[in-house]
Ligand binder design. Sequence first.
Ligand code: PLP
Length: 553
Amino acid sequence: MSINASGWRPEAPVAGGKASPTVTGNKGLMLEEKLIFEIGDVETTGVDFAEAPPLQGRGWGGAVPGAGLGETSPTPSPSPEGEGSADLLAGLFRTTPIGLPGLSEPETVRHYTRLSRQNYGIDLGFFPLGSCTMKHNPRLNEKMARLPGFADIHPLQPVDSVQGALGVIHELATWLITLTGMHGVAMSPKAGAHGELCGILAIRAALEAKGEGHRKIILVPESAHGTNPATAAFAGYQVEDIPATAEGRVDTQALIARLGPDVAGVMITNPNTCGLFERDMRTISDAVHAAGGYVYCDGANFNAIVGRVRPGDLGIDAMHINLHKTFSTPHGGGGPGSGPVVLSEALSPFGPLPFVAKQADGHFALIEEETAGDDHPHAFGRMVAFHGQMGMFTRALTYILSHGADGLRQVAEDAVLNANYILRSLDTTLDAPFGASGPCMHEALFSDNGLATGFSTIDIAKGLIDEGFHPMTMYFPLVVHGAMLIEPTETESKAAIDQFVAALRSVAERAKAGDVSLKSAPHFAPRSRLDETLAARKPVLVWKEPVLAQAAE
Ligand SMILES: *Cc1c(COP(=O)(O)O)cnc(C)c1O
């Protein structure tokens, strides 16, 4: 057995991870787990139900082992004895068993616990996804969000009975306005991208109110997050790219040269997705305003500048804040998220309904309608049914109050310090395309330049999994070939970052030396290298019982 320069023993793991070295498939105490449809059966249950009354006629009369998912009857079915339920169900009586797999309680507990161990989360280890800001979620936030006065209320409750909750929304709004130096804030959008849509709709409403609805172009720099052009297009605008400079910032001259009477506005991510601060922001804003347009700032990376920079001072008209990035609320796997949008004085009148207003007597009102005579007649509409994500508001305000203004500033400073430590620890091992552009902000960017022929970013990412680290963001931003974007956040200790740096350096050296074992990594994960292209192009989204699937063919 040979040990190469990086100490890796290619013979050790099973190549490709296909053959299992154990009879069970378990690896140590990491247990294999089948799908619940494979381990459960329709005749088992962990609960004792009373016998159901028999159904007459055509309806389903009992469990049929092995039957697939049930069907409902399109025509009125007979009712259960004496109940007249057919009418209640509008004829949608189930005619076949539902086929849900049953397990005993201990089996159920084990099934989900085993699955949860195959998941990786911020509470398990370092989560360096760039642009995503996977921050620690303080437990104090959770405790506050679970207080019954916040957790057990309903959006349709009388306003008088939820004054405390409305007070929380108002106080969070006040903090967001103060921290950003803006005029107003729309609290209801439910994610960063949703906030972008809110901001662009406010811009559209403002332009239409001025009789300038013919402006159809939104300028988006190459270094923008992918959601920016998607949002502009979704709101009916044409998107035009503005190139980046060699140092990874927006080409200010090219942007200013493109401004004109057809341009509705610009969308600029700051700090941008190369992890760099856009220094010309004020110049850009002034030029856009002079040309009659508005400035949208993607503020997803506000965590890098909170307490240091106020977007309002940069001439920004609208900016979303991802509470799950800057203010430590959990990423919700698509929800429930929260992406409030701060607005300039020019755009505030067009912000969406509803919103919380504090009245002279200290009472909180929920402004729900744009009735004539009230002070918000120009609202462009609503983003959501109610007023947003109470649980996220409570967590974010808890985070803000427990840090204070000085603590928030230190959050940004520590996040930037950690990212620069990673950048400078690895820029002799990996190519740092903008390493010469000065310090980075909250995330460090590397490229796959210099790896052995045939090796790319994905091999490094998969090698990191074997080392026990969630991979960094890959192949984004698009302006850098084989991009690796690493965001440590502020709560990682120097020891944790040093360990990550050592792991990444070792994997990168193997990729530079052409170590073929890396091409089939990960070797120690429950599943080894998958065909991700096939999985994306032909996803198998429905489990079919193998026998039934065969019979159907
Ligand atoms: C995360 C992110 C978004 C999108 O935010 P979501 O809350 O995921 O919708 C937009 N822009 C940038 C720069 C981001 O990092």
